[in-house]
Design a protein around this ligand. Structure first.
Ligand code: FBP
Length: 548
């Protein structure tokens, strides 16, 4: 395989481990825990994995814990790619081999379906060495199959038995970790002796709470996008003739957009959670953006940069209501029977009086996207909706009206971008490389101590890596009941941007200044070697959230 100079040099990077995982490893257990909500229901659903204590690996001079060092482990990558996944697997591999060189690590292929369909590969030292400190999930591939049926658990058990696997590590987001907990409970209830450990992954940054400081991949993805945004800001500031509308990935929460705004100081950054809170309409958003553009034009600045979170559309209350009715209409018998040649025209005639004006105000292209193919759960596929183009088009129209009324004297020309897949497989930053390696190591040590239904965690992550605190949190501790697809289900609570939180407040305190003036900052590319303040810095979000 041909390798770039960076790949070759980066392969030699030795991720830093917290002290508690370095030499003799001892586990300290805390008090019993309870779920963040709906304690009675969660306890009933998880009688065997509920109430377990938080655990932490502590540095020790004394005797090593009495552990069972013989263990084959299976690993699964679940959901969207996030930088650092390979290092989690390298961390597991190195630690299971340190515990006993005969231990084996198996990777299930293409996500949870690999376990169900018995597709796997043994991860040997040669394979692992090819993937150290690299981005991507290509070592074994990923997939979005949900592990939730008993038949899937039983099918998985067959291959687990065949390969003499002691534990499965599921590397995934909130839903995958919820499923990891369901699987752990099932295997425990059925006395299979098989353990399940989760690991917090997602670039979206929405898997975080009192126990999880950040999900892995958020750091690298945001730094990659911020580099690109900084480059565009410099271009905008050089040519002074374009407004750049940049949509940023993040299915639901606006953490990525907010972090990138803190890194690059754009003129506009929309935060979906705020738009929902203020009950804003699409027209309100467009009017606000047009006002900012007109105010800059007054000073002769006919250029700027606007960041738009991917999930925005579903947070605009009126559009959310419209989407719900569209979902119903598009799956109705009447629609099926009519099979209209022009679905937009048909929908315009059938929508309720409340939603019809919102729908007809949308440009045709966008109406087409909003009524396009649903995902397997019947949801709109937000990453396929070109919100950045919709907004630019609506803003242009608004500015035309303002020009006619003498309220806008400048020029407006827009460029559009969508940054998403560009950041999900970047070579992990030092932070993600270290964090993920520690998560993998922690997962292996939890397995060696017979733990199940836990997620590997690493805390104190704004301190130097040596001072990080690794351990495990019972997954049930992070759960509550939520309505999903019409039914109440136990799920890990998703973290949206908190409008009272420090990152949003830091942004809100500065954004008026960034609107009026050109205050761009240029983070540049991720640095892997050099001064620690450049190479090892965390995200602004994490630094602000953890600041005292
Ligand atoms: P996860 O929640 O699985 O980590 O995936 C996040 C994400 O990257 C979102 O930001 C994005 O909306 C979605 O995946 C895209 O999904 P796909 O990779 O299937 O196109």
């Amino acid at each position: 395989m041909n390798k770039s100079a960076l790949q070759l040099a980066r392969a030699a990077y030795q991720p830093k481990l917290p002290k508690g995982l370095q030499g003799v490893v001892n586990l300290k257990a805390g008090k019993a825990t309870q779920s963040v909500g709906d304690q009675e229901e969660i306890k009933k659903l998880f009688p065997n994995t509920y109430g377990l204590p938080l655990v932490e690996f502590v540095p020790s001079e004394g005797e090593q814990d009495d552990v069972n060092p013989k263990m084959n482990v299976g690993v699964i990558l679940s959901g969207g790619q996030a930088p650092g996944g390979h290092n989690v697997i390298c961390g597991i591999f190195d630690r299971v081999k340190r515990l006993n060189p005969d231990n084996k690590l198996y990777g299930f292929l293409l996500g949870p379906s690999g376990l169900v369909d018995h597709k796997y590969v043994e991860l040997t030292a040669d394979i692992i060495d090819e993937y150290r400190n690299t981005g991507g999930f290509d070592i074994i591939g990923s997939g979005r199959t949900k592990l939730e049926e008993t038949s899937q658990f039983e099918s998985g058990l067959e291959i687990i038995r065949q390969l003499d696997i002691k534990a499965v590590v599921i590397i995934g987001g909130d839903d995958s970790n919820t499923n990891a907990c369901v699987l752990a409970e099932y295997y425990l209830a059925n006395k299979t002796g098989v353990q399940v450990i989760g690991c917090p992954k997602t670039i979206d940054g929405d898997l975080k709470n009192d126990q999880i400081e950040t999900s892995f991949g958020f750091d690298t993805a945001c730094k990659t996008y911020s580099e690109l945004i900084g480059n565009i800001e410099r271009d905008a500031n050089s040519a002074k003739k374009y407004w750049h509308f940049i949509k940023l990935m993040g299915r639901s929460a606006s953490h990525i957009a907010l972090e990138c705004a803190l890194e690059t100081q754009p003129n506009i950054c929309l935060i979906s959670e705020e738009i929902q809170e203020k009950n804003m309409t699409l027209d309100d958003i467009v009017a606000d953006m047009a006002a900012t553009i007109a105010a800059r034009a007054e000073k002769g600045d006919n250029y700027g940069v606007a960041l738009i979170p991917e999930g925005l559309i579903e947070f605009i209350p009126a559009v959310k209501k419209l989407i719900a009715e569209l979902n119903d209409l598009l799956s109705s018998e009447e629609y099926m029977a009519d099979a209209p040649a022009d679905r937009i025209e048909w929908l315009n005639k059938h929508l309720s009086a409340d939603n019809a004006p919102v729908f007809s105000s949308l440009p045709r292209v966008f109406a087409e996207q909003l009524t396009g193919e649903r995902d397997p759960h019947g949801n709109v596929q937000v990453s396929l909706i070109e919100t950045e183009k919709l907004l630019a088009e609506m803003v242009a129209k608004k500015l035309d009206d303002m020009k006619a009324a003498g309220q806008f004297k400048g020029k407006f020309a827009a460029q559009h971008h969508f940054f998403g897949y560009e950041g999900r497989c970047a070579a992990p930053s030092n932070f993600d490389a270290d964090y993920c390696y520690a998560l993998g190591t922690s997962a292996a040590e939890l397995i060696a101590r017979g733990k199940t239904g836990y997620m590997a965690i690493v805390k104190n992550t704004t301190a130097p890596a040596e001072e990080w605190k690794a351990g495990g949190v019972p997954i049930t501790m992070m759960m509550n009941m939520e309505r999903r697809n019409g039914k109440m289900k136990p799920v890990i609570r998703k973290a949206l941007v908190e409008l009272e939180g420090k990152p949003f407040k830091a942004f809100a305190a500065k954004r008026d200044e960034w609107k009026k003036n050109t205050c761009y900052t240029y983070p540049g590319p991720i640095q892997y070697w050099g001064p620690t303040e450049v190479c090892d810095r965390t995200t602004e979000t994490l630094a602000l959230e953890q600041s005292k």
